[in-house]
Ligand binder design. Structure first.
Ligand code: ADP
Ligand code: MG
Length: 314
């Protein structure tokens, strides 16, 4: 049964879509059966994989995740294979914006979970890309997910809004999905040359010890170029700091979730490894992230947030 991981932060432009797409591609490169579900009406993840949909939604037949949510069509019919086997995509259309209203009537917020349930056995991991809000769609994703990955930009104001996100997570745990775990916070757009970026990266680790991925995602121009070619960065620029970082993240995620991940060399070729269940857990399994090594241990999945952490953000 596939692990469902939601990539979430109600701030826009922090690297959610970039992470969902490139982590998905890197996991697939390592042999992980991965489904990327685009739950943002802006369809950026869909476009980033070159699976554009007609601009004019009124001419387009209902398709993608929205059609499945409406019950118009079996969800399996909406899954698209990609060139990066075994990565599959459940695309978004602009019509998904309407789902915010349609899903609002259901207080259980279970629509996305119910919709995805028939697919979970087909994949090792299902990644949900979410809109930049804590609206009904995002809460539906929090209910559907087993764990969450929170990209945090290494910039001033990085922690702003995190408190609200963490409170929402606590509320979802209390009422709708008690099993929801924090897989980890991911520091994105890190620029090792600036003091600010280094300070923010350190501060995030200080506030959330044991909950932060060792891998730092660097600010990297290839990562911003790749979507305009409709390619994941692993394909667009197989050897660059951005690709190396997302491959390192894929390994961290695979270890944490015990996914059947073979690993890849620096060009993305599979490198057979020990079976996932034999992978040791510990600092030695966390690859040194570019651009600079980070000695912190691999993430620890912890079930609940302490009040102290919430207060730290006040
Ligand atoms: P979100 O989904 O959170 O709104 P995106 O993933 O779309 O954020 O990223 C916002 C913008 O920043 C996009 O133009 C993307 O290409 C760019 N970007 C994201 N991560 C990086 C990075 N590590 N280095 C450089 N550009 C990045
Ligand atoms: Mg996005």
């Amino acid at each position: 049964m596939g692990e469902c991981v939601v990539v979430v932060n109600q701030k826009g432009g922090v690297g959610k879509t970039t992470t969902a797409v490139n982590l998905g591609a890197a996991l697939a490169e390592g042999g992980c059966r991965t489904l990327l579900v685009d739950l943002d009406p802006q369809s950026n993840a869909t476009a980033a994989l070159g699976a554009g949909i007609p601009e004019d939604a009124t001419l387009a037949p209902r398709c993608g995740v929205y059609a499945a949510l409406c019950g118009d069509t079996p969800i399996r019919d909406q899954v698209q294979p990609t060139r990066w086997t075994p990565l599959c995509l459940l695309p978004a259309t602009v019509e998904l914006a309407g789902a915010e209203v349609e899903l609002a009537a259901d207080p259980t917020r279970h629509a996305v979970k119910s919709c995805l349930a028939p697919l979970l056995d087909d994949y090792d991991i299902v990644l949900l890309d979410t809109p930049p809000s804590l609206g009904v769609l995002t809460v539906n994703c929090l209910v559907a997910a087993d764990s969450l990955l929170v990209p945090v930009q290494c910039e001033y104001f990085a922690l702003e809004g995190l408190r609200q996100l963490l409170r929402t997570i606590e509320l979802v745990r209390e009422s709708l999905n008690p099993e929801l775990e924090i897989l980890g916070l991911l520091r994105t757009m890190h620029d090792g040359r600036t003091n600010l970026s280094q300070q923010v990266a350190a501060q995030i680790e200080q506030f959330f010890p044991g909950r932060v991925f060792s891998t730092l995602i660097p600010r990297n121009v290839r990562l911003s170029e790749a979507p305009s070619f409709g390619l994941p960065v692993t394909c667009y620029a197989p050897v660059c700091a951005g690709t190396a970082a997302y491959r390192a993240l894929a390994k961290e995620v695979a270890v944490a979730l015990r996914l059947p991940y073979e690993g890849t060399d620096e060009l993305g070729a599979p490198v057979p490894r020990k079976p996932a269940e034999q992978l040791p857990e510990g600092p030695e399994t966390a690859p040194a992230p570019p651009p600079e090594p980070d000695p912190s241990p691999v993430l620890i999945r912890t079930p609940s947030l302490s009040e102290a952490e919430l207060v730290a953000l006040d």
